[in-house]
Design a protein around this ligand. Structure first.
Ligand code: PLP
Length: 465
């Protein structure tokens, strides 16, 4: 092989700018490249600041996607950067492996101080799915039972254990057989859960307090009811707060809305400020002690990079920012404003079925209009491509209003926003106004749909070439 000379990061960022899409097509995910070209989302992103992404022409886009919810403190928060730089400058004795380090211990202390009394120890990880894997393993080992219950439409990550408790077939299909003993229950149905728990062989019930796919909110008595049923059945109750945690819902942990005391809490995503992969499971003393129950069992679960100094430094800096800027209370306030501005859309537009949210986890759901002709057209289009209507909203929001937001799951007409908790009021107002304008034009459905259909099919053909 000929000698190669890797340029510096600074040289690459300047010298190779514009090569993103072709590199992606050659080596990474060409199908994603096709989607981006088809929808016209194939931008060169040159920078990020707070709630905005900045393209190569210096245009700012309001980012309500938030990197799937990792940018709670905003993109490139200077204090988190400073925390990471401090860590690098300190040249710490990172990852001694046969040894322990200070920063992950302090991080555990800080997280547990913000968590309910039911958890007392932390198992570090490198991602959300890894945190969930750890929770499944700990639950099985601690209880000696095989089964894990999860909710329909649940999302807990895409490695095999987490995928086994994923409630969406589009993610599961083709990867089986998945873990045995994992069974779904309808989200919100305590009776169905009680029937499954009655078998006495359930190790854990794993739930997102608010489901990410669709932003499904539980009824007030559901999660407390789940907790009680778990206690009675001797099953562990696991709250997956990978998406809802770190202030997202207007509480540091969403479980505070219901005063829950789960046996395990999974964290990841926003925890390290959007820079460093991270995950963590907060675990009850009893479950932790049952798994790590002797010196010979001290390393029966873990990972090489779990608890590394860079991730811990990012997380500690993030917690400082969260406290100093009072971002949890801000999330509640801004979330309330966003709901106030958008809830009236259900009255004003036939296609708006529902607007819902908790803190800054927000969604709008669309449904068929009531007029017969319009409904027939909607149904014909949705039969060909379920969820197409929501693209009628996200595409113009992006191109005409410079707002990036996401469809909340496969084949669903739900659009979702996970903005930074630092988002300014004017950005919330801008989004609400742009959304209303876009819905108003999309409701003139046949024309808008035809335009969109022609444009996307033209782009798809161009992408194929
Ligand atoms: N759990 C929940 C609730 C999530 O929303 C996600 C990711 O979206 C995960 C777990 C998986 O996290 P990761 O993508 O870091 O593996």
């Amino acid at each position: 092989m000929a000698a190669r000379n890797v340029a510096t990061v600074a040289e690459i960022l300047v010298g190779r700018r514009g090569a993103e899409m072709s590199l992606n097509d050659d080596y990474l995910n060409p199908q994603m490249g096709r989607i981006l070209r088809t929808l016209g989302f194939d931008k060169v992103w040159a920078g990020g600041e707070g709630a905005h992404l900045i393209d190569a022409d210096g245009e700012r886009y309001l980012d309500l996607f938030g990197g799937y919810g990792v940018f709670a403190v905003g993109r490139n928060h200077p204090d988190v950067i400073a925390g990471l730089q401090e860590l690098m400058a300190a040249r710490t004795g990172n990852l001694p492996q046969l040894g322990v380090t200070l920063l992950s211990g302090v991080l555990a202390e800080e997280l547990l101080a913000r968590a309910p009394d039911s958890v007392a120890a932390m198992v570090p990880a490198n991602s959300g799915t890894e945190a969930v894997e750890a929770a499944i393993k700990i639950a099985r080992a601690a209880t000696g039972r095989p089964r894990v219950l999860y909710a329909e439409h649940a999302f807990h990550g895409l490695t095999l254990g987490s995928l086994s408790i994923n409630g969406n077939d589009e993610f599961r299909d083709g990867f089986g057989p998945l873990l045995a003993g994992c069974d779904p229950v309808p989200f919100g149905d305590l009776g169905a859960l009680a029937r499954e728990l009655a078998s006495g062989d359930v190790a854990a019930v794993v739930l997102e307090p608010v489901q990410g796919k669709g932003v499904n909110l539980p009824a007030a008595d559901y999660l407390p009811g789940v907790q009680e049923l778990c206690r009675e059945a001797g099953a562990l109750f696991v709250c997956d707060e990978v998406q809802t945690g770190i202030g997202r819902t207007g509480r540091f942990l969403a479980l505070e809305h219901w005063d829950l005391q789960p046996d395990m809490i999974c964290l990841a995503k926003a925890l390290s400020g959007g820079f460093v992969p991270i995950g963590a499971v907060l675990v009850s003393r009893a479950a932790f002690g049952a798994v790590f129950d002797g010196m010979e069992r001290a390393v029966r679960h873990g990972s090489t990079f779990g608890g590394n100094d860079l991730a811990a430094a990012g997380a500690l800096a993030t917690l400082r920012v969260l406290d100093r800027e009072q971002l949890v209370a801000r999330a509640e306030r801004m979330g309330r404003l966003l709901l106030e501005l958008t809830e009236p859309l259900t009255e004003r537009y036939e296609v708006v079925r529902d607007v819902r949210g908790l803190g800054l986890m927000w969604a709008i759901e669309f449904g068929a209009p009531s007029g017969r002709a319009a409904r027939r057209l909607w149904e014909r289009v949705e039969r060909r491509q379920p969820g197409l209507f929501s693209q009628l909203i996200t595409v113009p929001l992006f191109h005409e209003h410079r707002i990036l937001c996401q469809v909340a799951g496969h084949r669903m007409n739900v659009i979702k926003a996970l903005p930074p908790l630092t988002i300014e009021e004017q950005d919330i107002r801008h989004f609400a106004a742009a959304l209303e304008q876009t819905i108003a034009s999309a409701e003139r459905y046949p024309m808008a749909l035809a335009r969109f259909g022609i444009r996307t099919s033209f782009r798809a053909a161009a992408a194929r070439r």
